[in-house]
Design a protein around this ligand. Structure first.
Ligand code: SF4
Length: 381
């Protein structure tokens, strides 16, 4: 087993708590989850904040808490409703794991979110960082919660030059902080370090050192090398996938289908799509094959969506089908086509209210109301 490396210049760390906590108590942002930090509120906020900015989480947090105010409501929530509440936050497995963990908490912990770090760690979707955040912020235990913000601050303070993406680097920082956390201020220490990283010790070589309560201790500041920390491997190049998104409309309703229950964006709703870039003649050929009676086809704007390891480069088409008066789509679908047997149909309003569509499709989702109002150029022909 590899040993955990030592933090250099660790003698700086015991000098951190006093100025850091003093600064935090006068500079902390007012955030909704910091008011009444119950274990449930802390848990939900920490999961929402994973890979998502504070500003993006704010509108979702209160809405989620209003709909699902406690662990039992979360455990009993219908999957589609849960996905709808999460729509726009991305990384939907976080929501699925929240529900799984809530069910474990109901079954095995009488509905009480555990305070023990190791028990928290055993719950679905809870890693070391989240377990430490709940255990410290909600229950006051001195577990360091080491995220990217904390790593940036500590590596700059101590000139720690290991790759911060390595697990051993996080463990070193965690263990070193554990030794200096005041026994009853674990939550404030974690939040203060995160706050400093998020608002003062900014990434990409742009820290506001003049405003930093730890400037006198900071070796990166002293040596004018803040831009060299933290160190991390450059990210791998993302794979690019080209897709053609089809907004297939009939009488103001659009075709939707559910994604597979495993893999990327599992079990969410989406517009039918093709892999690759589809030209109009290919589209017409496909419509004929699928027995779709298109009376109008218009090109839509291109769009991109970036996932962690993948980019979707999308083009889109609006296909208006003949009216149901002339063409009974459901009957035709059930007997004749493979595509339509898996599709369901909904108006833009129903889609907004009832279907969780990933933000990857936002460009096309936002077009639906206006597409319904476009003039039918085939009329009278
Ligand atoms: Fe970060 Fe600058 Fe503060 Fe050092 S002095 S911890 S680099 S903000």
């Amino acid at each position: 087993m590899r040993s955990v490396p030592q933090l250099p210049n660790a003698d700086i760390l015991p000098q951190i708590p006093v100025p850091l906590l003093k600064w935090y108590h006068s500079h902390a942002r007012l955030l909704p989850w910091r008011e009444k930090p119950s274990p449930y509120r802390v848990w939900i906020s920490e999961i929402m904040l994973q890979q998502t900015r504070v500003a993006a989480v704010m509108p979702y947090f209160e809405r989620f808490l209003e709909a699902l105010p406690d662990v039992s409501a979360l455990a009993a929530c219908e999957d589609d409703h849960l996905m709808k509440l999460w729509q726009g936050l991305g990384y939907y497995n976080r929501a699925r794991n929240l529900k799984k963990a809530a069910q474990v908490i109901m079954d095995q912990h009488a509905g009480r979110i555990p305070d023990d770090f190791d028990v928290l760690l055993s719950l679905p979707g809870i890693g070391r960082y989240t377990a430490a955040a709940i255990s410290s912020i909600a229950y006051g235990h001195p577990h360091p919660a080491v995220d990217g913000n904390v790593l940036r601050v500590i590596t700059r303070l101590t000139l720690y030059a290991e790759d911060i993406l390595r697990e051993s680097t996080k463990r070193t920082v965690e263990m070193s902080l554990r030794a200096i956390y005041p026994p009853h201020a674990g939550g404030d220490m974690n939040q203060a370090l995160m706050e400093l990283g998020a608002t003062v010790c900014l990434p990409n070589g742009l820290p506001h050192c003049a405003r930093c309560p730890l400037q006198l201790l900071c070796l990166a500041f002293e040596n004018s090398c803040t831009g060299q920390f933290p160190q991390k491997q450059p990210p791998k190049k993302r794979r690019i996938e080209k897709l053609t998104i089809l907004l297939i409309e009939q009488d103001g309703n659009f075709a939707l289908q559910k994604r597979p229950d495993q893999g990327l964006l599992a079990s969410l709703w989406e517009f039918p799509h093709w892999e690759g870039t589809m030209k109009k003649d290919e589209l017409l050929f496909w419509c004929r094959q699928e027995n779709l009676h298109a009376k109008q086809i218009n090109k839509l704007p291109a769009s991109r969506h970036i996932f962690t390891h993948l980019e979707w480069h999308m083009c889109g088409w609006h296909i208006r089908l003949q009216s149901c008066d002339n063409f009974q789509i459901q009957e035709t679908a059930a007997s004749d086509t493979s595509f339509l047997t898996s599709a369901c149909w909904a108006s833009p309003q129903e889609i907004a209210q009832n279907y969780s569509i990933p933000s990857a499709f936002q460009t096309y989702l936002s077009l639906l109301p206006s597409l319904c109002n476009t003039v039918d150029t085939s009329q009278g022909k």
